[in-house]
Design a protein around this ligand. Structure first.
Ligand code: ADP
Ligand code: MG
Ligand code: MG
Length: 445
């Protein structure tokens, strides 16, 4: 059971903020019964669209899912209507993509910086230590990567207090959802082409999203840049869809494989250096005063990046640890992990900090502290398992970025589509795969 009129109210609000709405005139709302009929029809159409276009995921409730190909699939969880986003914020996020790409590339070339910045983390985080070990081996033999390919996603939330776009994190390995993300934008476009009139929404306000084909294009261009088409014999591009989590290395064999790939002349997406640049510790180090200046020359670019940085602190800052223990609700405690579900919030954050402080040694160095961002919550119709329900939600915008260079020649450096994820505002974490969030797209206002 869900409150139908408020779903339409959300749509109506979007209309009211759009340019063609005459000032002072509230858009008409259809009566409740018309609304109910339209909504259930939309949910059904959307679910069918998902099935037909492959906007599906494995169904956890089906025991054969994941073991028998093509069996046990269900539509991916999605929001029924796209999330409103001011055009200025959208442009800002797009503008940041090539600058972050360039930053990743520059930082990746400074092996000493990476080793130094992660030296304390290494002592308490075995996984990071293993990655650094591979990186160290490459430094020792002076390994150069002439062709560098980055498929990134920079994630943001719109802070409600300051109305500013703040970066959550920058992902450089195993980026999820260029595929399903593109499809959700198409789903929403199609729904608005069909129902836009009655909802007062314009399908053209959903930006086109070619993330999947743009990433595929980047991979193909890397292959042609490698310029050796003896397939079957020479591996030109290694793309990692795993390898970012300790579980991906159950034995020494996986670590040996990772090292072998790094030693090879193949283009790695990502190289060990690019991977390390994407760690939370490096994010925090880059946010320190005067660090961006080490890597970038353009002052305007530096200012743009800095504007998107939230508060980030290392835990050797006693003042901030004290503040976080006093007001844990204003912070997020992050270990060096990827994939969602690893961060620590609220009471757990306080307890963890108190416990870590008592322990002797370096255990605090495994984490960073981040300012907690509070986006404005709105009521959203969400569809999961074929059922529509309404909840208070907040959204996280991810901008995909593609980067390819060969020595001094930058072949590609641009935004490659987007991913909006929307989660129930009471939930801390945001993963779609982990079951916290739904896929969404953007409605420009
Ligand atoms: P991961 O690499 O595991 O995705 P993130 O830094 O993206 O780690 O954190 C996971 C989720 O936690 C985010 O998608 C977001 O929902 C939430 N989150 C992370 N940092 C913050 C923050 N500073 N303020 C509010 N929520 C955050
Ligand atoms: Mg991440
Ligand atoms: Mg994340």
């Amino acid at each position: 059971s869900f409150a139908l009129p408020s779903c339409l109210r959300r749509a109506a609000r979007a209309r009211a903020m759009s340019a063609e709405a005459p000032p002072g005139v509230a858009p008409a709302e259809p009566g409740p019964s018309a609304t109910a009929a339209v909504l259930s029809e939309m949910v059904e159409d959307a679910a069918v669209w998902c099935a037909v276009h492959g906007l599906v995921v494995g169904d956890r409730d089906n025991p054969r899912s994941g073991t028998v190909p093509g069996v046990g699939l269900v539509h991916a969880p999605f929001s029924l209507l796209p999330a409103r986003l001011p055009t200025s914020v959208w442009k800002q996020a797009l503008e940041l993509a090539p600058i972050f790409n360039e930053l990743v590339d520059r930082v990746s070339l400074d092996g000493e910086f990476l080793q130094e910045a992660l030296s304390r983390t290494k002592q308490v985080d075995d996984f990071t230590a293993r990655l650094l070990e591979i990186h160290q081996k490459m430094m020792a033999v002076n390994k150069k990567e002439d062709i560098r390919l980055g498929l990134h996603r920079s994630d943001y939330m719109l802070d409600s207090e300051t109305n500013s776009l703040l970066q959550i994190e920058l992902n450089t390995i195993s980026i999820s959802f260029p595929g399903l993300g593109s499809l959700v934008s198409e789903l929403h476009r199609n729904l608005l082409i069909q129902y836009g009139k009655v909802l007062g929404l314009d399908s053209e306000r959903i930006p086109r999203n070619w993330a999947a084909s743009q990433f595929a294009d980047a991979l193909a261009r890397a292959w042609s840049e490698y310029n050796n088409d003896r397939d079957g014999r020479i591996v030109s591009v290694v793309y990692f869809r795993a390898g970012y989590a300790p579980n991906d290395y159950p034995s020494e064999a996986e670590w040996r494989a990772r090292l072998l790939m790094e030693q090879s002349s193949a283009i790695k997406c990502p190289s060990i250096s690019y991977h390390l640049v994407g760690t939370k510790k490096i994010q925090q180090e880059l946010a320190k005063p005067n660090v961006l200046e080490r890597f970038l020359d353009n002052k305007e670019d530096i200012a743009k990046l800095r504007k998107s940085f939230a508060g980030l602190w290392s835990l050797d800052n006693e003042e901030i640890v004290k503040s976080a223990i006093e007001k844990p609700e204003l912070f997020v405690l992050k270990p060096q992990r990827e994939g969602g579900g690893n961060n620590i919030y609220g009471h757990d954050l306080r307890d963890t900090l108190v416990k870590l402080q008592k322990e002797q040694g370096e255990s605090l160095a495994a984490y960073i502290l981040m300012q907690r961002i509070f986006p404005k919550a709105s009521l959203t119709p969400l569809v999961r398992g074929g059922v529509c329900f309404e909840d208070l939600t907040i959204s996280e915008l991810g901008i995909f970025g593609g980067y390819l260079r060969n020595k001094d020649r930058v072949i590609m450096n641009n935004p490659c589509g987007y991913l909006m994820r929307t989660k129930v505002s009471s939930s801390n974490e945001g993963g779609v795969a982990t079951g916290f969030a739904v896929l969404d797209s953007v409605y420009l206002t």
